[in-house]
Write a protein that binds this ligand. Sequence first.
Ligand code: NAD
Length: 361
Amino acid sequence: MYNVTLITGDGIGPEIAEASRRCVDATGVKVQWDVQEAGVDVMAREGTPMPDRTLESVRKNKVALKAPITTPVGTGFRSVNVYLRQALNLYACVRPCKSYPGVRSKYQNIDLVLVRENTEDLYAGVEFAKGAAETAELVSQINRLSKDKKIRTGASTTGVSIKPISVEGTTRIVTYAFEYARANKRKKVTSVHKANIMKHTDGLWLELSRQVAAKYPDIEFEDRIVDNMCMQLVQKPELYDILVLPNLYGDILSDLCAGLVGGLGVAPGANIGDNGAVFEATHGSAPKYKGLNKVNPTALILSGALMLRHLNELDAADRLERAVAAVIAEGKDVTYDMKADRNDPTAVGTSQMADAIIAKL
Ligand code: NAD
């Protein structure tokens, strides 16, 4: 029996969490679910989007399946998702992007794994608002230190975000990518950066990537500048295998890679640390679909399969993935986003697609 925290999230979260829980249970693996809340709904009631009991449950169980959580854009509380990854030091975000036959996409046979650094970079949350006293102090310090490269506007009209990239954090994630490559019999790691412009952050990332790569002569290594990487992925994704990226580029390219394999509805993910793991879809809480039993549960169900693999329930993980693949290949009991015509009246709802997967299991 495994104790697993189930974070139901908000928006479409509760519907896909329920669908995924049922699918994991249907594999026969015994899971004691500790159901916990996070997000805007619990915020409205309790004044915090992340109650202590939710974090404590993940700390205790060390494994969680998490549905998406809304983050207000521009204002409001900071991302609960980022907070959870930082609080539990879940430094490696692993997002496999794989084509399943039957999925609607211009691309076939994609099999990429994106490894995103999860704790540093512009997501560290070190930001200073325009007009704040700290910003004035920071801007004047930056102007003093940067000599001819001064910030051209005043502190009252400038916001500042800090981008920390550390030796420890970078070495750790690039090593993780190479170890993952070895363990999963992958051939190549591509390190993605913008070292031509940001010499001391992305430059450090690239230098450390090369140092780590030298310890893995059995795995091919190359690097790409992030803008070129985007174009290459759209034009010839088959050339790539494992991508390792700093936090922000990893976030953006996750959605690009999800687009290659049929959209956000089918893109799973894992956040892994030394003391715990949280499994979640790449997509967000899609609030406009809340409560409609409409969205695709596949991404979170496949995240459940990744969780089973993490628990070493390899047979159950394979069976769950095969059941998902079979339902997608049939193309009958699938949600609107998997139909050729998005208004196809034969599209089924979230829970019905989960029922079809369970029937296959
Ligand atoms: P989103 O991923 O929620 O939705 C973007 C679009 O993708 C949707 O309009 C929908 O068309 C499609 N989509 C997403 N999930 C789908 C599914 N399961 N099935 C079918 N179609 C699906 O991204 P957004 O609209 O940019 O963000 C909404 C909220 O989610 C924001 O508050 C954002 O901060 C948050 N978010 C949370 C997480 C997380 O919890 N890890 C991740 C990303 C975004």
